[in-house]
Design a protein around this ligand. Structure first.
Ligand code: NAG
Ligand code: NAG
Ligand code: NAG
Ligand code: NAG
Ligand code: NAG
Ligand code: NAG
Ligand code: NAG
Ligand code: NAG
Ligand code: NAG
Ligand code: NAG
Ligand code: NAG
Ligand code: NAG
Length: 531
């Protein structure tokens, strides 16, 4: 205060001028003041007196004489903790007068604190903002403001020690990640000290939406031991979806899902592998946790074991005539069908015996087992092949006994023998043992005709049969014979015709002669005596 040193002097002069009035009085500069708590200030007491007055300051505060002069004195007050009203007094002769100073103390709050917010706040539910303010003065000019970011939500005067202010807010999606705080405002603008603010630390709010319904678990109803299949757990309408946690477990076995997050949804997929020994009804559980809440759903999965039936042939490769037993054994509880026919007593095993014959060779025996799990029919099949050794057989149908062939034609001579293993067939001509080519296309020559001994060798030894090959042909000699025959025939016909015609002519002539002789009465006694 620049005026601090000048003012007392001026006032002393004023006092000297008024001395003549004979009236004594006391004044103080300044009359009122506001200072920070614990601060110091100078106060000057002035006396109006026609003599040298005695001046003093009555206060409990620590005071120190700074300077004095005629009828004025300046004290420094220090360590001012509270509002107080020190009194300046002066004794002017017999009269004592006084003047009080109004000293106000201001102070910032010791602390301003926003109580912790719920870590996760469901959207659409109320939450409270609770602000605590300790200290601060003057209280009449102290207020507390609750803020979301920079937006003022509420304003309250500060009352009580410590002061507590509470307000209720409805959580919104937009509030996710918002910073809440409270702030004190000490309004000393009338004292030209301005608006003095103190803020609490900010508290960030996390809001979330976790729908009550809609959690869906997709899983196969049944699962076979030793297999794996995917299961899905999905939920929509989540906010913020990416913060949600998924827990998937099959009974006690925790699964490791891969979670795909959408804007407001999630889909967790895990591969479930079921092992032997886990047969039975098991619970698959999916739990989605967001914030401090969670939703769960369960599905039952029936785990079954169903190995393929065991289909056995007493022997898989047998000579014909052997009794073979076909047997099928399935998992208990399953029903087997052996070669299409339901097992007699709807049992899990079936068998039959057969006399192995040619037609059984290469045939497949199949056993189909059916097991019903949770209303679903499951099939497992097994097939086995039977090989029967038989033959050789040289039937006329496979190897004709008579071949009549045209010379020069293209022919494939077929002589097959049946049997397992496939028999070898060889045909040798009786006499010269010439080999007949079988199974290949050949031009027929006349020299292949003859009777052959065909021999098939196979599993059960050797069988033979006779095959006759005739080759038809027509050569020059043949033609000559025909020509000669035809020529002879033509000649004979010609000669015969000639002879006939001659005889007929002669007879006619004889008749005419006879007639003529009769007409002429000429008697011929002997016809054989010509004239
Ligand atoms: C009071 O006045 C004295 C002398 O002028 C000065 O040294 C001191 O700093 C003043 N005190 C205050 C609190 O202004
Ligand atoms: C007041 O005191 C001063 C010295 O302290 C002295 O010079 C002056 O004469 C006194 N005044 C009166 C009226 O006594
Ligand atoms: C100032 O104060 C001192 C000590 O109290 C005193 O001796 C002196 O006379 C005073 N001066 C005036 C002008 O009052
Ligand atoms: C939230 O609080 C307000 C009053 O502050 C009340 O009107 C409203 O019903 C409350 N809402 C809920 C969901 O509790
Ligand atoms: C407090 O503020 C009011 C105005 O808001 C003002 O009139 C009053 O003087 C102030 N009090 C103090 C002690 O500053
Ligand atoms: C809230 O504060 C944190 C750190 O203090 C900051 O990262 C974040 O962006 C703030 N949120 C908003 C909505 O301003
Ligand atoms: C209050 O704010 C003032 C400045 O406005 C600062 O000097 C003071 O240390 C603050 N008090 C607290 C408790 O933060
Ligand atoms: C799981 O989801 C994937 C892709 O979303 C789908 O291909 C698969 O079929 C689903 N699995 C089940 C068991 O629903
Ligand atoms: C997700 O949200 C973003 C921004 O809001 C939008 O552009 C995008 O299309 C949304 N995606 C889906 C799958 O809804
Ligand atoms: C099938 O045979 C295997 C090995 O001999 C045996 O371990 C299994 O139990 C049998 N399965 C059935 C259904 O009988
Ligand atoms: C097994 O056999 C059953 C009945 O014979 C049939 O319906 C099913 O398709 C077969 N399954 C397989 C895999 O061959
Ligand atoms: C088979 O040959 C015999 C002579 O060996 C013959 O009598 C018979 O007619 C022939 N049969 C056929 C159908 O060719």
């Amino acid at each position: 205060m620049a005026t601090g040193s000048l003012l007392p002097v001026l006032l002393a002069l004023l006092g000297a001028l008024l001395r003549g009035a004979g009236s004594a009085s006391t004044s103080v500069r300044p009359q009122e003041a506001i200072i920070p708590r614990g601060g110091s200030m100078n106060v000057t007491c002035l006396a109006t007196c026609d003599q040298n007055a005695t001046l003093g300051l009555e206060t409990l505060l620590t005071k120190k004489l700074v300077s004095n002069g005629s009828n004025w004195v300046t004290y420094e007050l220090s360590g001012i903790q509270e509002d107080s009203t020190p009194i300046c007094f002066s004794n002017c002769g017999d009269s004592q007068t006084g003047a009080s100073i109004s000293l106000s103390v201001y102070s910032f709050p010791e602390y301003v604190e926003l109580a912790p917010l719920p870590q996760w706040q469901p959207v659409g539910e109320n939450f409270t903002l609770h602000c605590k303010v300790k200290g601060g003065a003057p209280r009449s000019n102290l207020s507390v403001v609750l803020l979301r970011g920079k937006e003022v939500l509420d304003r309250w005067p500060v009352k009580g020690h410590p002061a507590e202010v509470t307000t209720t807010e409805l959580a919104r999606r937009e509030d996710h990640g918002a910073n809440f705080s409270c702030r004190t405002e000490l309004d000393l603008r009338t004292q030209s000290l301005g608006l003095l603010q103190n803020s609490s630390a900010t508290r960030q709010l996390q809001t979330f939406v976790l729908p009550e319904i809609g959690l869906h678990l997709a899983t196969p109803r049944i699962m076979e031991v030793g297999t794996q299949s995917p299961v899905n757990c999905t939920l929509g309408g989540l906010f913020p979806a990416s913060e949600a946690q998924v827990f998937l477990a099959l009974e006690d076995q925790r699964l490791e899902p891969t979670v795909k997050y959408g804007n407001d949804s999630l889909c967790a997929t895990a591969l479930v592998r079921v092992n032997a020994g886990e047969e039975g009804i098991q619970q698959l559980k999916c739990t989605v946790t967001l914030g401090n809440r969670s939703r769960s759903t369960r599905e039952t999965v029936t785990i079954y074991s169903f190995p393929a039936p065991n289909l056995t042939l007493s022997e898989s490769e047998v000579p014909e005539g052997t009794m073979v037993t076909v047997e099928c054994n399935a998992h208990p509880g399953a029903v087997v069908m052996l070669n299409g026919s339901l097992a007699g007593t709807l049992g899990s095993s079936a068998r039959f015996t057969l006399n192995a014959s040619e037609e059984h060779n290469g045939s497949n025996f199949s056993c189909s087992a059916v097991l019903e799990v949770d209303g679903i029919k499951l099939y497992k099949n097994k097939t086995q092949k039977l090989l029967v050794h038989y033959g050789p057989r040289l039937d006329e149908s496979d190897c004709p006994r008579n071949w009549t062939l045209q010379e020069g034609s293209q022919q494939t001579l077929k002589c097959l023998a049946r049997g397992n293993p496939t028999p070898q067939v060889k045909c040798h001509r009786i006499g010269d043992k010439a080999l007949l080519s079988i199974g290949v296309q050949k031009t027929v020559k006349r020299n292949i005709s003859g009777t052959y001994n065909c021999q098939a060798s196979g599993y059960h030894g050797v069988v033979t049969c006779k095959v006759v090959v005739n080759v038809n042909y027509h050569d020059q000699n043949n033609n000559m014979v025909i020509i000669i025959v035809v020529a002879a025939a033509v000649f004979l016909v010609t000669v015969s015709t000639a002879v006939y015609l001659y005889n007929r002519q002669r007879k006619i002539r004889e008749y005419k002669l006879q007639k003529a002789q009769e007409a002429c009465n000429i008697k011929l006694n002997t016809p054989n005596t010509p004239p």
